[in-house]
Structures are given as structure tokens and as C-alpha cells.
Design a protein around this ligand. Structure first.
Ligand SMILES: Nc1nc2c(ncn2[C@@H]2O[C@H](COP(=O)(O)OP(=O)(O)O)[C@@H](O)[C@H]2O)c(=O)[nH]1
Ligand SMILES: [Mg+2]
Length: 339
């Protein structure tokens, strides 16, 4: 039997088994199924899910043109040099505003085509029924379960959903280029909040070290602040759970590979130090986000059933006419599902 025959359950079993064994065509097919929300992909993902825990999921985000794709290519080289396998999901924006080249082009230049330890998948950032973050999380799960030691998720840090994708990784790396205006770019996008590691790339450009110093000054609590807090601020409230970490700030030159081994060391350190705290929190956040998206998607799938069509149409009309408020409308729709 081939993956094209049989029931969805049978096809899913064939695909999951082949993906686990490293069959790239099966993997590619499975990822297409994940993007299209097919029943077969869902069943395969369910079979693969328990195997995904060992992989290290690393999000890489930052403004367009900061060098994310170049850095991903450099990280692939570094990981392969250390004998580790790596899969990449690159979320390419559908709009051509980015000045950067597609990751696939960069990696093709380095010819990993024949290397089974590298797998690259590009994904459009628009048009995902269940949301970009649930689709890319599912894709990352498939790749992790297929045995890749590292799964890198490259997203442009320009939209909320793209940032969420990277933020939900075990380790989130935020890229910054040396100051291109008067302000550090990542601050505008609110990206620094999600950073476990901040990388100032283009270390060969003037201003890289200065940008790194500015970021360190901003992100590292100074002794003076600590003192001021205890002197005249209100008593600090007791914190629960692990203390937030202050992101490490590194400088790389992705174009030459300078600083990339140190970055990989920091990524590994982040996970090792965080196994019981930070990583678990990140994984829980990812699980919760994925579940929220799925529940919303499945609820709508049920409401889209012809049996509910008349009610949905009526409620939409009433909300549009302001004769029913949207909150009551939502309650009425949910009640219809659980009579
Ligand atoms: N000078 C310099 N240029 C770089 C470096 N890394 C990337 N670039 C260049 O910056 C541009 C954008 O890189 P890309 O990786 O496509 O950026 P992305 O949009 O963040 O993925 C390209 O022209 C790269 O060659 C670097 O370390 N130094
Ligand atoms: Mg890119």
C-alpha cells in the first residue's frame, strides 16, 4: 500500500511510519497536509506527537533584513559540524516588503540537498485556517517527532502572529541589526519582551558593539535601580515561580559565521538551565496556545455544519443590526452546540 491508498487512518499510519524513518517525501507530504488541515495529517500528527519531546525548538525572529535567514544557514552549518540534525520551518511573509532573500535560496547555495540531516520547509504566513501559530507548531511537532535534534522556526517579527510563533519556542532568539535609526528596531516591534537571547547581527558593521552595549544597559537591571527599589519604592511583591531571566546579548556576523558557535552554545545553555523551569513554562504556553486555536477552529467547524446554518445566519444578521450584542450571540451559538 502506498501513502495515497486506503482510509485516512491507514494513510496516516503509512505517512507517520515513513516520516519517522526519515523519508523526506513522506515528511513533505505530511507538512502539506498539516498546512491544509487534512484528516490524514491530523491522525499522523497524533501518532507522532509523543515522539516530539526530545527535540529542541528554537524560534528566530527579528525585523526584515536583520540577517535571520543568513543566521539560520550559519546555524545549520554549525549544527552539522557538531553532528546534530536540523529541520527548519521558515515562515515567509506573503508580501515582498522584506529585503532579505528566501532561506531556501541561501541554503541551496550551500548545497545540503544530499544531506539527510537537514530539512527545510517554507511556509506562507497567510491563509492558515487555524492560525499561523497552530499550523507552525504542528509542523514543528512533525519535524521534531521525525527525529531532528533541532527544529529552527524563522519568522519575521513584524506581525503579532509571527512573533507568537517564535515566542512559543523552547528558546527564542531575537535578531537586531546595528542601529539603523536612532532607536533599536526590536523595541518598536515589542520583540525584546519575548527574547531569551538577543543577537546583534552584522557584527562587521560599525555600531554593532555599541548597539549591543545599549541593549545590555537597557536589559540588565543596574545596581542603582535595585537600590532605588528597596530604598523608597513599595515593598517588592513576592514573586511566584521561576524568576524571569535577563536575556543574554551576543554579537554575530552571520555572513562569515563569526559568533555563531557562541550563539549555539548559549541556545543549548538556555535549554539546559531551563529544563525544569523556563522550558516547561514555554512548552506549557505553546500547548495552551495550540489548544485555544484548535478549540476555536473545531467549534467553528461544528457551527459550519448545515444543521446550524440558519441559526448562525440569523445571529450574524442580528449582531450586524445591533439587535443582539456579540457576547450574547456567542453564548447563543455555544448553547446550540450543547443543547
Ligand atoms: N554585512 C553583513 N551583512 C549581512 C550579515 N548577515 C546577513 N547580511 C545581509 O543582510 C541581508 C538580509 O539578510 P537575510 O538573511 O536575508 O535577512 P532576513 O530578512 O532577516 O532573513 C542580506 O543581503 C545578507 O547578505 C552580516 O553578518 N553582515
Ligand atoms: Mg529571511
Amino acid at each position: 500500500m502506498t501513502a495515497a491508498d486506503g482510509t485516512p487512518a491507514e494513510r496516516a499510519h503509512v505517512l507517520a511510519t515513513a516520516a519517522r524513518a526519515g523519508d523526506r517525501r513522506a515528511l513533505a507530504r505530511l507538512l502539506t497536509g498539516v498546512e491544509n488541515h487534512t484528516r490524514t495529517a491530523e491522525l499522523a500528527l497524533r501518532a507522532l506527537y509523543p515522539d516530539a519531546a526530545a527535540s529542541h525548538l528554537v524560534g528566530i525572529t527579528g525585523p526584515p533584513g536583520a540577517g535571520k535567514s543568513t543566521l539560520v544557514a550559519a546555524l545549520i552549518a554549525e549544527l552539522r559540524g557538531r553532528g546534530r540534525t536540523v529541520a527548519v520551518v521558515a515562515v515567509d511573509p506573503s508580501s515582498p516588503i522584506t529585503g532579505g532573500a528566501l532561506l531556501g535560496d541561501r541554503v541551496r547555495m550551500q548545497s545540503y540537498a544530499a544531506d539527510d540531516g537537514v530539512f527545510i520547509r517554507s511556509m506562507a504566513s497567510r491563509g492558515h485556517a487555524g492560525g499561523l501559530s497552530s499550523t507552525s507548531a504542528a509542523a514543528a511537532s512533525v519535524l521534531a517527532a521525525s527525529g531532528f535534534d533541532y527544529v529552527l522556526l524563522e519568522t519575521v517579527g513584524t506581525g503579532q502572529s509571527e512573533v507568537e510563533v517564535a515566542a512559543a519556542a523552547d528558546t527564542t532568539v531575537v535578531l537586531e541589526a546595528p542601529e539603523m535609526g536612532d532607536e533599536v528596531q526590536a523595541i518598536k516591534a515589542g520583540l525584546l519582551e519575548v527574547a531569551d537571547i538577543v543577537v546583534v547581527n552584522k557584527g562587521d558593521r560599525p555600531g554593532a558593539q555599541r548597539t549591543a552595549a545599549q541593549l545590555r544597559a537597557m536589559l540588565t537591571p543596574s545596581a542603582a535601580e535595585t537600590h532605588a527599589d528597596s530604598a523608597d519604592g513599595p515593598a517588592p511583591s513576592p514573586r511566584r515561580g521561576p524568576q524571569p531571566r535577563h536575556p543574554e546579548i551576543l554579537v554575530t556576523t552571520a555572513a562569515t559565521g563569526d559568533g555563531v558557535p557562541a550563539l549555539l552554545d548559549a541556545v543549548i545553555r538556555h535549554r539546559e538551565e531551563g529544563v525544569d523551569g523556563v522550558t516547561r513554562v514555554a512548552r506549557r504556553g505553546r500547548a495552551a496556545a495550540q489548544l485555544r486555536a484548535l478549540v476555536a477552529e473545531r467549534t467553528w467547524a461544528r457551527l459550519d455544519d448545515p444543521a446550524h446554518q440558519a441559526l448562525v445566519d440569523q445571529v450574524v444578521d442580528e449582531v450586524a443590526a445591533h439587535t443582539l450584542d456579540p457576547y450574547a450571540a456567542a453564548d447563543r451559538l455555544l448553547a446550540a452546540l450543547h443543547p
